[in-house]
Design a protein around this ligand. Structure first.
Ligand SMILES: [Zn+2]
Length: 214
């Protein structure tokens, strides 16, 4: 079995969604001065690779600390949408075609590979394909554990997929990376968030455990 790291590096200046503060990783103590090394983190919950809780878009819905941990793992599948044009809609038809009747449902985590992780911090980073309303409703009807993308958002404004998936209690991973490495493979996904009280999201270091010999 092989482990694939699906996270972006978290550092001062990691690119963020417009309007969010640039993260800071600042040396707080050093071995030379204090005898032990540590950093101060200043960042929004939606910095780098992170997972959105239902409360991010739905008033009164579960915050990140209230989502059961089993939601943040499952049988993984990557749907490759990297061939789509800028800002293209990822549709129900496209998802059905990609899944080809596989029995995907509760216990599954569906990841979309847009390839836009490679454009992080560039002007066209936000031209990524996104789930449309029909696609989000279809995924919600499948009642999957979670959904994710290697783009900075699962959808484009006015964020129909955020509203539909989160209303169904389905967490959303954003800013994943390395999805090409696990595309077409059988893997288990694990992406446990921090237990932030009343958190709207949390940074995560998700991994894929690929069921194949090295
Ligand atoms: Zn988010």
């Amino acid at each position: 079995m092989r482990i694939v790291d699906l996270s972006m590096e978290l550092r001062t200046g990691t690119p963020v969604f417009p309007g969010y503060p640039t993260p800071i990783v600042h040396v707080w103590t050093s071995i030379d001065e204090h005898g032990y090394y540590s950093n101060l983190l200043v960042l929004d919950e939606h910095t780098g690779t992170h997972v959105d809780a239902p409360a991010h878009f739905i008033k009164g819905a579960a915050t990140i600390d209230e989502v059961p941990p089993e939601r943040f793992m499952g049988e993984g599948v990557v749907i490759d949408v990297s061939g789509l044009p800028p800002k293209a809609a990822i549709t129900e038809e496209l998802i059905r075609e990609a899944l080809k009747g596989a029995s995907v449902g509760p216990g599954w985590v569906i990841l979309f590979r847009t390839g836009y992780d490679k454009r992080a911090g560039t002007p066209d980073w936000f031209d990524h394909p996104g789930l449309d309303e029909g696609a989000a409703s279809y995924l919600a009807s499948l009642n999957v554990n979670a959904v994710g993308t290697d783009a900075p958002s699962i959808d484009q404004q006015p964020f129909p997929a955020h509203r539909i998936l989160l209303a169904k209690g389905i967490p959303i991973y954003e800013n994943l990376t390395n999805l090409a490495e696990i595309s077409g493979k059988k893997f288990k996904f694990y992406g446990i968030p921090l237990r932030i009280r009343k958190g709207s999201a949390s940074p995560v270091r998700p991994i894929a455990v690929v069921a194949e010999p090295l």
